[in-house]
Design a protein. Structure first.
Length: 95
């Protein structure tokens, strides 16, 4: 019985400490998606790049509030605070 509880905790524990964050990066003027934007969780090795539709996903995003840095060639770099209630974001970049 004890080993069954241990196995159950091991299987569920990642769900308690991590989640995914996804979103779309768009141009602030045209609202068109931007491909190749770098999205980095500050003070971590987690990050992603946006696809041709401006979409990105970061797996194993830690619960709580975290800052992500968004940068792309030709656009201003910004930082955005993401909390665990905001797991699907749309971020606009200015050129």
């Amino acid at each position: 019985m004890k080993s069954g509880i241990t196995i159950m905790f091991m299987l569920c524990s990642p769900l308690l400490f991590a989640q995914s964050i996804s979103g779309i990066i768009e141009d602030s003027d045209s609202q068109l998606p931007i491909e190749g934007v770098h999205i980095q969780v500050v003070n971590s090795s987690l990050g992603a790049a946006s696809d041709k539709n401006g979409k990105f996903i970061i797996q194993d995003f830690p619960k709580g509030k975290h800052t992500v840095r968004i940068s792309a060639v030709g656009y201003s770099t910004i930082e955005h605070l993401v909390n665990e209630d905001e797991l699907d974001v749309t971020i606009s970049l200015k050129s």
